[in-house]
Design a protein around this ligand. Sequence first.
Ligand code: MN
Length: 568
Amino acid sequence: MTVKETAQKNPQSLTGRAYAFAERAHAGQMRKSGDPYFTHLLATAETLERWRMDEATIAAGLLHDVVEDTAVTAEELKKAFGDEIAFLVDGVTKLSRIKYRGAEGKVENLRKMIMAISQDLRVLFIKLADRLHNMKTLSPLPPPKQKRIALETSEVYAAIAYRLGMWELSGELQDLAFPYLYPTEYKWLEAHVSDEYETRRKYLEAIKPQLEIILKNAKLKPVGSDFRAKRYYSLYQKLKRNDMDVSRIYDLIALRLIFSTVPECYAALGVIHQHWIPLPGRIKDYIAMPKANNYQSLHTTVIGPDGKYLEIQLRTREMHEESEFGLAAHWLYKERGSGTYGAAWRKKIATNLTWLKQLRGWRERKPEEKDKNPKEFLESMKIDFFKDWIFVITPKGDVLDLPESATPIDFAYHIHTEVGDGAIGARVNGKIVPLNHKLASGDMVEILIQKGKKPSEDWLKFVKTSMARDHIRVGLRDKRTIAGGRRAPSRIEIRLAAQNRIGLIKDVSHVISRSHIQIISFHSTDQKGSHFSVYRIECATTDKNKIEKIILKLKKIKEVREIGYRII
Ligand code: MN
């Protein structure tokens, strides 16, 4: 039954109430496409229903945008639907504040943060269902926004879906993002491949009845079958490895057969090979030897009628559901009580979830224990693996990671020294908070500043990061200097980044000592995997004129790329 049918048939059910509530709250709102906003919520909920999520998740899917996009407050939602739904919606709301714009090296951090904020995997499932619909309806948005969302989908959400074992969804998200990220390549594929797709599909459709007869004669009957067209995204990756030659891609479209049992899959493979000669090196037994991500199926390419290549994939229904629902497939066993925590479940946990396990530091327990207390076991599935670390978001949607109990001041200094020094107040999730407020994962933090202000000594009592502490001390010293009206004795630190060369350090120190300035310390940091080093040189002077002259001279050294100094 669809979500809509459930809601109409049983308006007093949780689904029914959420349906009516969301429809009312979003009344009059439109999507960019001109559709009523509610269509988005219904589509999200229907996807969750298709993934066979529990009713609370489906209801939260219907309600996931009410707090963010309507007048309904989090409190009102909690009053109407209780803690669980409010918690799930709150998680999705937090996730929607994160924006990824392709910062190099940040993406893994961002994925982790999303996992951390989600806390409960169901939050992630809702977000993925939400994103799937948004990707399907991306075309009316302005191009820069399309591109940003497509990039985020490809780099972050498709990757998360993949790691949750939802390979079908991951592929679908990649495919939806592809035309926006690679328009030229997409057009090339449209022009060169779409006819080939059609030709091969027709061929498979013509072959299918023949194949069914062959199997029937061997008393084999598939419980399901479909055609799986290779996704443009992965096709493009494959073409790049094959000189863009479409004729070398055998699995453009595959015929997929689903059987009840594993022996039937092998029997069917044997029967097929008796009739059509398999292509050497193209028989893949991913049942006996699953792929690294635990994907299971038998693949073969045979030379079919008319001498044409034909890829066939065979798998059980369980394998099929695994690839479509991934972790969600196991979630549903809990809620719908249809399954036991059997061998497949343990195997899934043991292999497919290595990543999640690593993140959570999940301790391996004896299988009997898992069976005995599934509830407790599922509790441990809740995402709480970042015990000492939090992730917060800037108003622009960038992500900062900070130690636990970090404050808005720590946040401010991580943005910029001026933001830290000038901080006079902070807003967390839109509410004004004291500067010693403890931040939590998912908080959106905004700092109110006054230009030219100096830090306050009190801050030292509560800041958590050494970065903030160091900056506050420097700021306080400057403040005293100004207040005293005389120059306090201090030092200057020169920082420079330079390409490595033998003798470089000597040249640098030579420039400094020639100006009769004493070097107190000299640190260098090698940047991993780069030919650059960063040097910090502490000098016993406060004479800015002299330092400026030194800086000019150092800049003339060919290898020096970046240079600056500060009073310490
Ligand atoms: Mn949404």
